[in-house]
Design a protein around this ligand. Structure first.
Ligand SMILES: *Cc1c(COP(=O)(O)O)cnc(C)c1O
Length: 352
């Protein structure tokens, strides 16, 4: 979270804009909260240039719930399988979960190289008429990012592309012409946990399977302006403050340029070192989540202890991958990345 946003939320905690209430105490249907909601939605639409024929839904359940909610809404649209491109842990989970709701097919996988590449779209084996094609556009654990979304139409496929953009939403623009639905838990880049963002093309609404819970039927949520049931009001308010912060930074183009520079500095440091290593193919290295290894794994504990002593926190890699991981979300300033690479160079000279 940007420090500025946390400070603003703290200042408004007990009394929001002289209303005599904190945001947590407001009715979600009262005019104060409705104004917060509408501003957040409008700001997000502007920031991400979401076209008018897409609905923005503020839901709950996180990315993992969407792994079920997406098939519950889209599997029944037409008979074909749900196609999955598996590029890491998150798309693997999506693939497994969807299989509970209908036929699935594996269109491509990078498992053979340990999830360090992105299979080129021309190599995907798509089903004849898939219900949709799922891609995790940034694999948070393996650090694999899709820098240009595939053009399914150019591949002769008329199915909607579904992207899980949980861990890089609002870090870069989205090419909506290539997307049918995008979902993401808010907690990586948009705000606190508890809010799930869904951006869905209108023609994909209204096809939910009969067993789909009413509160997870995108059409119900869209028709009710995300108020079919009580939405995560405080998380929406916080995300709204983040959206305003993003606008003050110059919007998505400016934040993308900053993210590019931050990631370039860290990858350069890794690549120019004889101690650190990143195994991801250069054309699909994530700008948000950068896993790296110490060639001598015995040094891991010392590296982390030294980092902690400098307030460089949460660098331990995911347990399934090991090593280290630096997550350079929007709110991480360049100074934070500079402090990390300064420490890495110093540690390399004098490892212990
Ligand atoms: C974190 C993450 C998720 C999981 O989201 P939850 O909100 O914990 O359910 C799903 N997909 C990706 C790509 C993630 O990074």
């Amino acid at each position: 979270m940007p420090a500025e946003v946390l400070a603003q939320a703290a200042a408004e905690m007990l009394d929001w804009h002289g209303s005599g209430m904190g945001v947590m105490e407001m009715s979600h249907r009262g005019r104060e909260f409705v104004s917060i909601y509408e501003q957040a939605e409008a700001d997000l639409r502007e920031l991400l240039a979401v076209p008018a024929h897409f609905k923005i839904l503020f839901m709950q359940g996180g990315g993992l719930a969407e792994n079920a909610i997406v098939p519950l809404n889209l599997a029944g649209r037409r008979a074909g399988a749900m196609d999955f491109v598996v590029t890491g842990s998150w798309s693997q989970k999506s693939f497994k979960e969807a299989a509970r709701y209908g036929p699935v097919a594996l269109a491509a996988s990078n498992e053979a190289d340990g999830h360090t590449s992105l299979p080129p779209p021309a190599s995907w084996r798509l089903s004849p008429k898939p219900a949709y094609v799922h891609l995790c556009s940034n694999e948070t654990i393996h650090g694999v990012e899709c820098h240009e979304l595939p053009d399914l139409q150019a591949l002769g496929c008329d199915a909607p592309l579904v992207i899980d953009f949980s861990s890089h939403a609002a870090s870069r623009p989205v090419d909506w012409a290539r997307v049918g639905l995008a979902f993401g838990g808010a907690q990586k880049n948009l705000g606190p946990a508890g809010l799930t963002l869904v951006v869905v093309r209108e023609d994909l609404l209204g096809h939910a399977l009969p067993v789909c819970p009413s509160a997870f039927d995108y059409k119900n949520v869209a028709d009710a302006g995300s108020m079919f049931n009580t939405p995560p009001t405080y998380a929406i308010y916080m995300a709204g403050l983040v959206f305003q912060w993003l606008k003050r930074q110059g919007g998505i183009t400016a934040i993308e340029a900053r993210n590019r520079a931050k990631a370039a500095l860290l990858y350069e440091t890794i690549d120019n070192s004889s101690l650190y290593l990143n195994r991801v193919a250069p054309d699909c290295r994530s700008r948000m989540n950068i896993p790296f290894f110490l060639r001598d794994e015995q040094l891991n504990a010392g590296f982390l202890a030294g980092a902690q002593a400098r307030s460089l926190l949460q660098l331990k890699g995911h347990k399934s991958v090991g090593g280290m991981r630096a997550s350079l979300y929007n709110a991480m300033p360049m100074a934070g990345v500079q402090a990390l690479v300064d420490y890495m160079r110093e540690f390399e000279k004098n490892p212990r």
